[in-house]
Design a protein around this ligand. Structure first.
Ligand code: 1CP
Length: 342
């Protein structure tokens, strides 16, 4: 097993950490914008395997990252379950909403998603053949809570208000929705692995708005269920979990869920995380993505700081969240060179 990313996930402390970047295929790259224009719109890009594979490969060619992440979106699962999904130009995703038992009952069963998602599996198959031998292929899905926040609100929300409101008003309905998403996510990730994904990541982007018991029930428990089922079906499959903005709840998250690696956002310091989270295994993160816009000495200094803080344990270098469209590709190159000591 030579791929650096898989070695770090297996718990190895490496002299130079493997590196990749959340949203590494994206609008900050001119070649991405060109391929997206060719596809016509974002969802057509996701569902055209040759073009989705092409944008996945672009940042690998340009920067030589140690991992490629499948180009798709967490909102394809709700769409496969029967929700309507579209993107408002300049605003973001919109979905039909789940607010009643009838809305839930109109969704498809969890194992009926595969016809709709077949193009995504085809993208994974193409990538598993076209990636360089040293590059690992990461599959992904949204974690159930984060996906539920979009399905309930019908859009992205600053505080996940509608999802918290449904939880308070009709907990059985909320939990039934979470179960449906959990089951669909197991099916979806399992097919990605069958198609060639070597590792999977669960994005719980809104985990930080769950507190106390709710965090345990709706961030920890579904993640644990997905991981144990995936590992039963695919022994040895490494899983990265990203309970973004979990704060103190990052402590013990890997043990509680069975994740091989916990991805960290940049609201926690790398020194704190090395002491409190990395002691239990591999961590991923956590450079501030804003530095990909601002660059300069601060970028070099902070990159070295993250590498230094995590150097005594297994670590995958990454940003604390996705790179933004206004980032400068030259700053990405500077980060890569700094991590690799060039
Ligand atoms: O205009 C465009 O080209 C679309 C921008 C875009 C991109 C590049 C969206 C819309 N999704 C993606 C791809 C994507 N999304 C990937 C691909 C691989 C890569 O990282 O290179 C991944 C892993 C995601 C995951 C994703 N989608 C998350 C979780 C991670 C995170 O950023 O917190 C979330 C919350 C989404 C929903 C979504 N999709 C797109 C947008 C703009 C959003 C956020 C919407 C919102 O909350 O307002």
């Amino acid at each position: 097993m030579t791929k650096l990313l898989l070695r770090a996930l297996a718990g190895e402390t490496l002299p130079v950490p493997p590196i990749w970047m959340m949203r590494q295929a994206g609008r900050y790259l001119p070649e991405y914008r060109a391929t997206r224009a060719k596809a016509g719109d974002f969802l057509s890009l996701c569902y055209t395997p040759e073009l989705a594979a092409e944008v996945t490969l672009q940042p690998i060619r340009r920067f030589g990252f140690d991992a490629a992440i499948l180009f798709a979106d967490i909102l394809l699962v709700p769409q496969a379950l029967g929700a309507e999904l579209w993107f408002e130009a300049g605003e973001g995703p919109r979905l039909s909403t789940i607010r009643s038992r009838a809305d839930l009952e109109a969704l498809k069963p969890a194992d009926a998603i595969h016809d709709h998602l077949a193009p995504v599996y085809e993208t994974v198959r193409i990538l598993s053949h076209e990636l360089p031998r040293e590059t690992a292929l990461i599959g992904f899905a949204g974690a159930p809570w984060t996906v539920a926040t979009y399905m309930i609100a019908g859009r992205g929300t600053p505080d996940q208000g509608p999802a918290h409101a449904l939880m308070a008003e009709n907990r059985p309905l909320f939990e039934a929705l979470l179960d449906r998403i959990t089951e669909a996510t197991i099916e979806y990730l399992s097919q990605q692995v069958e198609a060639g994904a070597e590792c999977v990541k669960l994005f719980d982007s809104w985990a930080g708005s769950l507190k106390g018991d709710d965090f345990t029930r709706y961030a920890v428990a579904p993640t644990k269920r997905i991981i144990s089922e995936l590992k039963a079906r695919h022994p040895g499959l490494p899983v990265i979990a990203f309970p973004r903005e979990a704060g103190e709840a990052y402590i013990g998250f890997a043990k509680a869920t069975g994740a091989d690696c916990v991805a960290l956002d940049n609201s926690v310091s790398p020194e704190w995380a090395a002491q409190n989270v990395q002691k239990d295994g591999c961590v991923q993160g956590n450079l501030d993505p804003r530095l990909m816009v601002t660059g300069g000495e601060e970028l070099v200094r902070e990159t070295r700081r993250v590498v230094e803080a995590f150097r005594n344990g297994p670590h995958i270098f990454n940003l604390g969240h996705g790179i933004t469209p206004d980032a400068d590709p030259d700053n990405v190159q500077l980060m890569v060179d700094t991590v690799r000591g060039r």
